[in-house]
Design a protein around this ligand. Structure first.
Ligand code: SAM
Ligand code: SF4
Length: 328
């Protein structure tokens, strides 16, 4: 079993996109009230006094859209400056990145994942639920800005949906040939939009690899990530291809993470609501940091059992929250 030292922190549950697979238009979302969000001080104190002392050293900022959090640059700076922080990264939709990439880098962020499911601006509009002028170019500009500022590795996340963007898999994979980018194909999960999942289904990582293999060949890469992606490379390419196969494979035994929601719930497993604890309420009710540490340590001990229990009971149709709420 892996050491659990990686915390994914949702800074906000809101988003400026309504991706079909995450928080589709027309679906009511119970947004967190402002007063229920962890404040900057609460979040930093939980990191410094609870998570770091129990062994967490790697942090990813996510959401919702983390760049919508008004004080995100200050938070990045504060978390990057903890001496124990070994790794600080962010997952973003990239919409605000062309304006913010430089400040984020200067504040100490070094790794960034940007979601981009398509190279076609109409398909992009369709996926993100945008009816106005396409935002694809802005996101693309954000990716370029991040690259130029020096983010390395620069990772692009692609959720593959049959009949929506799967015909672009080769074009997206081809981006890695001349650039040191990492394209990560994520299997579509029935979380956020069960209807789309039931209508479209999902494509396995192995099927995508087969398509890529037929075109260029594919070698398993010696570059290993620290997450659940299996890494491959088109022979001679500068970048790599990652495959995140949470539908077709069980990687619970490799899981090294927990998730903290924007309202302070600590969740041991993406696929499971068992065992979660409400750190914010405890903190506001005066529970001591020592006691909070004990609660987190207890949950760390339960985590393997929680992961495996969930896998055994199946993964479909069990989710009551979207990725944007959990902190994907
Ligand atoms: N807003 C940011 C973004 O889109 O990158 C960060 C939050 S988003 C919830 C984090 C990741 O979850 C994104 O890469 C997104 O594509 C992925 N995601 C959301 N819903 C998903 C689903 N149903 N299946 C697979 N991945 C999903
Ligand atoms: Fe927003 Fe990210 Fe969810 Fe898309 S995937 S709706 S960008 S939180």
């Amino acid at each position: 079993m892996n050491t659990v030292d990686y915390l994914r922190i949702s800074l906000i549950d809101r988003c400026n996109f309504r991706c079909q697979y995450c928080m589709p238009e027309g679906v009511e979302i119970d947004y967190i009230f402002k007063q229920d969000l962890l404040t900057d001080n609460e979040l930093l104190s939980l990191l410094k006094d609870v998570f770091i002392p129990v062994g967490f050293t790697r942090f990813r900022l996510t959401g919702g859209e983390p760049l919508l959090r008004p004080d995100v640059i200050d938070l990045v700076e504060a978390i990057a400056s903890f001496p124990e922080t070994k790794d600080l990264s962010m997952t973003t939709n990239g919409f605000l990145l062309s304006k913010m990439a430089k400040d984020l880098y200067q504040a100490g962020l070094r790794r960034i994942n940007i979601s981009l499911d398509t190279l076609d601006s109409d398909t992009f509009n369709l996926i993100i639920g945008n009816k106005g002028r396409s935002r694809w170019q802005l996101v693309w500009n954000g990716i370029q800005a991040a690259y130029e500022v020096g983010f390395d590795p620069l990772k692009i996340n692609v959720v593959v949906i049959p009949g929506v963007n799967d015909h672009e898999v080769l074009d997206l994979a081809a981006l890695t040939i001349g650039r040191n980018w990492h394209i990560r194909f994520i299997e579509f999960m029935p979380i956020g939009n069960d209807k789309l999942f039931d209508n479209r289904g999902w494509i396995s990582s192995e099927e995508l690899r087969q398509r890529i293999r037929e075109k260029w060949g594919l070698t398993e890469s010696f570059v290993r990530g620290n997450g659940p992606a299996d890494i491959f490379q088109i022979p001679g390419a500068k970048g790599t291809l990652g495959f995140i196969s949470q539908m077709s494979e069980c990687f619970c035994d490799r899981c090294n993470r927990m998730r903290l929601s924007a309202d302070g719930w600590l969740r041991p497993c993406l696929l499971n609501e068992m065992g979660q604890i409400d750190l914010k309420s405890s903190l506001r009710n005066g529970v001591s940091v020592g006691e909070l540490r004990q609660q987190v340590e207890y949950l760390l001990g339960l985590k393997p059992e929680i992961n495996f229990k969930q896998r055994e009971s199946g993964t479909t149709g069990i989710y009551s929250r979207t990725m944007s709420q959990i902190g994907g």
